[in-house]
Design a binder for this molecule. Structure first.
Ligand code: SF4
Length: 245
């Protein structure tokens, strides 16, 4: 009888700990698994260990991931570009990257493959990244808009407004130390300015406390190779900052 009483008190104590844990986590109700099997584990088990798999999910979801942002994006139809796209081009690279490149939007090759910067401009970007002693796998690459504008026209303001929250969420997840905005569309959208890229480039700006370097878009460089020297100057500044991180 004495042993049974001791066991009952132990069970009640563990129930109390468990309910306190749920209260601390803001979980007001008992999970179905607990109701189906109300007997708590008896010995050597902390309250944390008896939580259900759904609670594990809640606890582990403190910080969103890029997969969460991609899931949220889904088959987005927030702007008219969804009607003409082949694939959404979300972004690619290292989720823990210290340096993120943000371009304008997908072109033909990117639209077909669903990957950012895979055409001729992408190959040039790869060479630029290599020139500062990094690999594409070291950085993250994405665009302001995720769907290709017809005939590669510039994104329109309503399209940028609809899509920009997703790139901001990507940056929130990655928390880079440096951002390189490729071209006027990306630089102007992130810095919320109408200043031309020729004025913006060549120095770091502050984007939510992160150093952001605007520079010319690789596609522009393909048409204007003389501008490569200025891009190289910008990239050397990025490299210097990167090495000091
Ligand atoms: S460009 Fe962005 S907002 Fe527009 S449909 Fe594509 S994913 Fe959605």
């Amino acid at each position: 009888m004495k042993a049974q009483r001791k066991e009952l008190l132990e069970i009640l104590s563990q129930c109390k700990d468990y309910l306190s844990f749920r209260r601390d986590m803001g979980l007001g109700f008992l999970p179905a698994s607990f109701c189906n099997n109300p007997k708590p584990r008896r010995t050597g088990v902390s309250p944390v260990e008896v939580r259900s798999s759904s609670e594990e999910h809640i606890v582990s979801q403190k910080r969103p991931t890029l997969a969460d942002v991609r899931r949220e994006l889904g088959d987005c139809e927030l702007c008219k570009l969804h009607k003409t796209r082949t694939n959404i081009v979300f972004g690619a690279g290292n989720e823990q990257a210290k340096l993120v490149f943000v371009g304008e939007g997908p072109g033909l090759d990117e639209d077909i493959q669903g990957e950012p910067f895979v055409g001729a401009a992408g190959q040039l970007l790869t060479r630029i990244i290599r020139a500062i002693n990094l690999r594409r796998e070291d950085v993250y690459i994405c665009n302001i808009i995720k769907c290709r504008p017809p005939k590669n026209r510039n994104p329109e303001p309503d399209e940028i407004e609809a899509c920009k929250p997703f790139v901001l969420k990507q940056l929130d997840v990655i928390r880079p130390r440096l951002i390189c905005a490729l071209g006027s569309v990306a630089a102007q959208a992130l810095l919320e300015t109408a200043a031309p890229i020729g004025i913006l480039r060549g120095r770091f700006h502050s984007f939510r406390g992160v150093k952001l370097m605007p520079t010319y878009h690789p596609a522009y460089l393909l048409r204007n190779p003389a501008k490569k020297r200025e891009v190289w100057e910008d990239m050397q500044m990025i490299q210097k900052e990167y090495q000091a991180l």
